[in-house]
Design a protein around this ligand. Structure first.
Ligand SMILES: Nc1ncnc2c1ncn2[C@@H]1O[C@H](COP(=O)(O)OP(=O)(O)OP(=O)(O)O)[C@@H](O)[C@H]1O
Ligand SMILES: [Mg+2]
Length: 229
């Protein structure tokens, strides 16, 4: 479904990714892990075209997307929820959802599905997004992408800095989406969440893939060492 090969990218002359390759199969949940600053967000930005790849290939459903701008990748079915739960703070919750629904041309059914996944948002539809808690904003950020009906959901640390009860709701939502057959590429720092959710994992260190494997291998001592701060 998503396949990246030998990706390189960075900021100006500072290269951050060195020959990163990664695959997400249909319906697969792949977890990208690694310490702070190793290049996880840079990788997602590069996969999505927010940051240009300086070399390497990115294909989505067999199609070369490496030179497409982010909105065209989104239109093909790549749904990206960037780190830090960005939404339009002045708009209502519903307004935020409508903006992306209109862009994607989806309707009420997509909205109902997203709200079923995050029922906590239902009583907040008229509330300004900027007045929500961080966890509620993260749920809204995920819902905004889900209402576009992506075929691959790309999430950058959706549980970062969020109160435990909402972390659990987000984990359950991701598990349900995965169970329903959606492919997911998830950056997650909590090892226990990755162990519960992932089919496969990729660990980055200093911009390189240093370990890949099946979820069961996440219990290994070498994995803990690669993730320890
Ligand atoms: N806009 C930018 N301009 C210049 N350098 C950047 C920029 N964004 C990130 N970097 C650098 O690129 C490297 C990788 O950063 P990146 O944000 O991809 O890491 P990360 O693994 O997502 O970290 P975190 O776990 O903290 O989110 C870091 O050295 C960082 O300082
Ligand atoms: Mg990051």
């Amino acid at each position: 479904m998503l396949s990246a090969h030998d990706l390189e990218s960075g900021y100006g002359r500072a290269r951050v990714l060195f020959g990163v390759s990664l695959d997400v199969g249909p319906g697969q949940l792949v977890c990208v892990m690694g310490r702070n600053g190793v290049g996880k967000t840079t990788l997602l930005d590069t996969l999505m075209g927010v940051l240009p790849a300086t070399s390497g290939t990115v294909t989505f459903d067999g199609r070369d997307v490496a030179r497409l701008p982010p909105h065209q990748r989104a239109r093909l079915g790549m749904g990206y929820v960037p780190q830090g739960h960005q939404c339009f703070p002045q708009l209502s919750v519903l307004g935020n959802l409508r903006v992306t629904m209109e862009a994607a041309g989806t309707g009420k059914e997509a909205l109902d599905e997203a709200l079923d996944l995050f029922p906590g948002l239902k009583p907040l539809l008229r509330r300004r997004a900027g007045h929500l808690s961080g966890g509620q904003q993260q749920q809204l950020a995920i819902a905004r992408v889900l209402v576009t009906r992506p075929r691959l959901l790309i999430l950058d640390e959706p549980t970062e800095g969020i109160q435990p009860s909402i972390v659990q709701e987000i984990e359950e939502a991701v598990a349900r989406l995965h169970a329903s057959g959606l492919a997911v590429l998830l950056v997650e720092q909590y090892l226990d969440i990755a162990i519960r959710l992932a089919d496969r994992f990729v660990i980055l260190d200093a911009g390189r893939v240093v370990r890949t494997g099946d979820a069961a291998e996440l219990h290994g001592e070498d994995v803990r060492r690669l993730l320890a701060v």
